[in-house]
Design a binder for this molecule. Structure first.
Ligand SMILES: [Zn+2]
Ligand SMILES: [Zn+2]
Length: 391
């Protein structure tokens, strides 16, 4: 059993209700006006100095303690996904084609609960609290948008924390690791261009479809042949668009995909290899390849000292044997942009129900959580903030 303080217990019902309300009303990245409105109103009522409209729909809340001291930042993401919910829950999404399938509804509710508990302690603590409610995490562009709008200008946090629910781990566990936690991410767009013509006369056309098949196969050597075996990289080509009819060779083929990697130098090298390989293979087959990569987010790197502190807090809540040190995750989170500016720790809160033999994964239409993870997440945020202010 997790050790949940009376302060968190007193808010459990309200926090759960708030999470279900956000779940019923999911909003996509940069469209989170209802969610952001509720967050801003709540933070103002608790006495925070609130700024809104940061990175379109981001919100920050700042609160100074009774005495000067350190600054601690807590970050929650607030956006949902373009998924039509299939989970059988009473608080099912009321917005067709929109769903909180990644738990950001819970992150927002836990953040508000932590904001409330910590606000009641202001007179007794030294230092400052800064809450960041970030939009568009799923697009991996909300954090940078907030920073560009000056969300953290004048704020130098000594420690920062964020949590993410994770169905990979059972409820009652907390998973924390130091160093690399989540990968850097690039979006890839590749156009292979030939010259269209009749399917019956390929010799009079330049077929970009056959060239694309070879480019795709050749690109699979980047990870298998050019990545040092003890380092990791992921290259997935995920959409392919070509042609209009069975007897027409198209002019061009469009490919999109994603590239993930922890190591910044390796990333640069492989992106260059990707361009060289696509262009070279396409050229050998009389086509051209144009590779466009959009760097979305750096890797999430947890600070060793802040991570140690976070692990201590987690041990106090769930016990030593239920604090897991997970493998790095090949997903990404643009909280990385914040962690580049301050020492931070990003932790996973186990949220799988004990009775599930196979927990629904994040981004699945049947995604659901064990709501008792909310108490653990809120307790962790509060405990980590308290400890970092005292450190
Ligand atoms: Zn997600
Ligand atoms: Zn998420």
């Amino acid at each position: 059993m997790a050790h949940i303080s009376p302060a968190v217990r007193a808010l459990t019902a309200e926090m759960t209700e708030r999470r279900r309300d956000f779940h019923r009303h999911p909003e996509l990245g940069f469209q989170e006006t209802r969610t952001a409105g509720i967050v801003a109103e709540r933070l103002r009522a608790l006495g925070y100095t609130v700024r809104t409209g940061l990175g379109k729909t981001g919100v920050t809340g700042f609160l100074a303690g009774g005495k000067p001291g350190k600054t601690v930042l807590l970050r929650a993401d607030i956006d949902a996904l373009p998924i039509h919910e299939e989970a059988d829950v009473a608080w099912k999404s009321q917005n067709p084609g929109r769903m909180h399938a990644c738990g950001h509804d819970a992150h927002t509710a836990m953040g508000l609960a932590a904001a409330e508990i910590l606000a009641k302690e202001t007179s007794s603590f030294s230092g400052n609290l800064c809450f960041v409610f970030q939009p568009a995490e799923e697009l991996l562009i909300g954090a940078e948008a907030m920073l560009k709008d000056g969300a953290l200008d004048g704020i130098q946090a000594d420690a920062a924390f964020a949590v993410h629910l994770m169905n990979r781990f059972p409820v009652g566990t907390v998973a924390i690791r130091s160093g690399a936690v989540m990968t850097a991410a690039d979006k890839l767009e590749i156009t292979i261009t030939g010259r269209g013509g009749h399917g019956a006369s390929p010799h009079l056309a330049i077929d970009p479809v056959v060239a694309t098949a070879q480019v795709i196969t050749a690109l699979q050597t980047l990870v298998s042949r050019e990545t040092p075996p003890l380092k990791m990289a992921v290259l997935s080509l995920t959409t392919l668009q070509a042609g209009t009819a069975f007897n027409i060779i198209p002019d061009a083929v469009e490919i999109t995909g994603t590239f993930r990697c922890f190591d910044a130098d390796l990333r640069e090298k492989l992106i260059a290899s990707l361009k060289r390989t696509a262009e070279g293979v396409a050229a050998a087959l009389r086509c051209t390849a144009e590779v466009r990569n959009t760097f979305l987010t750096p890797a999430v790197l947890n600070d060793p000292a802040i991570t140690r502190l976070a692990q201590e807090v987690a041990v106090e809540i769930v016990g030593r044997d239920r604090v897991i040190e997970p493998e790095p995750v090949t997903g990404s989170d643009d909280v990385a942009y914040f962690w580049q500016k301050m020492p931070g720790c990003y932790a996973f809160i186990g949220s799988a129900k004990p009775e599930w033999s196979q927990a629904p994964a994040g981004h699945n239409a049947k995604f659901d959580i064990d709501e008792s993870a909310l108490e653990i997440g809120a307790e962790f945020l509060v405990g980590a903030a308290r400890k970092a202010l005292q450190a």
